[in-house]
Design a protein around this ligand. Structure first.
Ligand code: 15L
Length: 265
């Protein structure tokens, strides 16, 4: 079991879902966020750090004594180019560089399906390592994240796994998510597998549950030891029928490929 894990973006949606699920035994979770993080309750083994992922000095300090980093911090939605560059791209560089300087060799990166959002669904199952086709500036920042992870793995021998997360929420929120859903419990199982896999080097894996309507390969995630136990299908009656001609169903990134996500205009 990995003894001390630094989680960036710990106060965000995904971080909040992961906190109780990744806490176990003697493990210490070092929770970092620019926002205030709820303090430890009772028996929780957590350390709280309020800092920005773009602050190199703070990130170096946060890395001390850490065995692995799960980098969830950053903007989780489309934003201006300037903000995306600063928080997501520069932030990821800072996290990787701080890890390298402090001798932390394992980093998990929360990439996204939006790194390949324009990939057409008509091409069939989206493979592991699908060539980048970002649908937004946010998607571009995830491609940059994967590129930085690849560089730090090749240049410095670090183990870096970029996880192209589908939709991680308590339950699917619309018909598209019957395909893209990553249940919080499966997300924790996937992170545990990625933290524990022996010498993975650089990998790109899909972060989705083994959904009946899944569009994505899970070969690489399974090879790392991931076991999915959930399937969005149990929620099918709650979210309605997907329209195959809708933008949401035509591209991997769904409506993110539409004009309302164009922040440049
Ligand atoms: C993401 O990358 C977003 O952070 C999240 O809010 C969802 O919109 C998700 O993708 C998705 O595609 O459902």
């Amino acid at each position: 079991m990995t003894a001390r894990i630094l989680i960036t973006g710990a106060a965000g949606g995904l971080g909040t879902l992961m906190r109780p699920r990744l806490a176990e035994g003697d493990r210490v979770l070092r929770l970092l966020d620019i926002a205030e993080i709820p303090a430890a309750d009772g028996g929780e083994n957590v350390e709280v750090v309020q800092a920005s992922v773009t602050d190199m000095a703070a990130m170096e300090e946060a890395m001390s004594g850490v065995d692995a980093v799960i980098h969830l911090g950053g903007l989780s939605l489309e934003s201006s180019w300037e903000r995306t560059l600063e928080v997501n791209i520069d932030g990821t560089h800072t996290v990787l560089e701080a890890a390298r300087r402090q001798g932390v060799t394992r980093v998990l990166l929360a990439s996204s399906n939006h790194a390949v959002g324009y990939a057409p669904r008509s091409d069939g199952e989206a493979g592991d390592y699908l060539f980048p086709r970002p649908d937004t500036y946010y998607g571009v920042s995830k491609v940059a994240m994967e590129g930085l992870g690849s560089l730090y793995a090749d240049r410095y021998g670090m183990d870096v796994i970029a996880i192209r997360i589908g939709s991680c929420f308590e339950k699917p929120r619309d018909a598209r998510m019957l395909s893209t859903w990553l249940s919080p419990d499966d997300a924790a199982r996937l992170f545990e597998a990625c933290v524990a896999a022996p010498s993975p080097g650089f990998r790109v894996v899909w972060g989705v549950s083994d959904n009946t309507r899944r569009w994505f390969s899970l070969d690489e995630a399974f090879a790392l030891g991931y076991e999915s136990k959930d399937d969005a299908e149990v929620f099918a009656s709650e979210v309605g029928t997907p329209d195959p001609d809708s933008l949401a169903q035509r591209h991997v990134g769904g409506v993110w490929c539409g004009p309302e996500f164009d922040t440049a205009v």
